[in-house]
Design a protein around this ligand. Sequence first.
Ligand code: HEM
Length: 118
Amino acid sequence: MYERVGGYQFFVELVERFYQLVEADVSLRLLYPEDLEPGKGHLAAFLAQYWGGPHRYTLERGHPRLRQRHMRFPIGQKERDAWVAHMVSALYSMEISVDAATEMEDYFRSTATVMMNR
Ligand code: HEM
């Protein structure tokens, strides 16, 4: 997938677009820290690694343990759905094949459900 979508820059741009939507979402924005920049870098690195790119995330942050890392944020159905809606909008705004987009969308939907902790 990493190669199919064009490498690291794809994930940087996807995350940039996703965060623009998060910033405009008053209730979701409250969950995020004041400085959004470090989180953008971590999310892009994680996604690039997950989809077959370099292991930058693990080198910089250690084992992902994503569910555990999300425990400090209250994530219920509403937060999960908002997160997914923004990520899917960002995804379909990218130049990407329908096949690749569908595969990533499925991943985002199911993983975001696993992240729910309320
Ligand atoms: C497919 C689903 C998701 C993935 C792959 C994902 C991935 C990540 C990653 C990699 C980080 C950075 C962790 C680190 O500090 O190294 C992160 C942080 C975060 N995630 Fe998620 N996440 C997902 C779903 C969600 C959902 C549903 C929410 C709820 C709104 C959420 C809210 C947050 C927040 C608030 C942060 C902290 C950002 C920061 O510290 O700047 N995530 N996520």
